[in-house]
Design a protein around this ligand. Structure first.
Ligand SMILES: O=C(O)C(=O)C[C@]1(C(=O)O)C=C[C@@H](O)C=C1
Length: 148
């Protein structure tokens, strides 16, 4: 998310892009449906992920506002040509991994077991503990699709 924030900062773009969020959601939910996952619980998870992505980008912008922005040209990929296609790939991978981990996620002990390790293992800058816990809780609510 630092690269996304850096691109928007340099180009003077707003963090929120509702049109892009619609595309991301549509793609992720269609992949979820194909994988036999419950679309509503996946929607809740992806909406939370988007909200957190925006909070993390805002934190970067606040830092650069107070401390200045030092552009690393090698670290400045293009949002449309490079970052967004990579984010779509990551989204598809997340759906596959959730499908694979579903039995584990639905285990009653999953939340309590993961909560203590997630704050150590997830080290993304500006990703606060409360966001990590919300993500875990949302993951634990994901179900398989009901068959008629
Ligand atoms: O593609 C972007 O511009 C992003 O910041 C990523 C993302 C997302 O999580 O998919 C997050 C916020 C924007 O409103 C749109 C999409």
């Amino acid at each position: 998310m630092k690269a996304v924030a850096a691109y928007k900062w340099s180009e003077g773009l707003p963090i929120d892009d509702a049109e892009r969020e619609d595309i991301v959601l549509r793609d992720s939910l269609s992949a979820s449906r194909d994988m036999g996952l419950d679309v509503e619980s996946m929607r809740e998870f992806f909406l939370l992920q988007i909200q957190i992505a925006k909070q993390v980008q805002s934190a970067w912008h606040s830092k650069w506002k107070s401390e200045g922005f030092h552009q690393d040209s090698w670290q400045n990929p293009d949002l449309q040509a490079q970052i967004r296609p990579a984010l779509i790939e990551i989204g598809a991978d997340i759906v596959r991994q959730i499908r694979e981990a579903l039995p584990l996620l639905q285990n009653k002990n999953c939340l309590s077991r993961c909560i203590s390790s997630i704050s150590v293992e997830l080290k993304t800058e500006f990703l606060e503990d409360d966001m990590k816990i919300k993500l875990l809780e949302s993951l634990a609510r994901i179900k398989a699709a009901q068959h008629a």
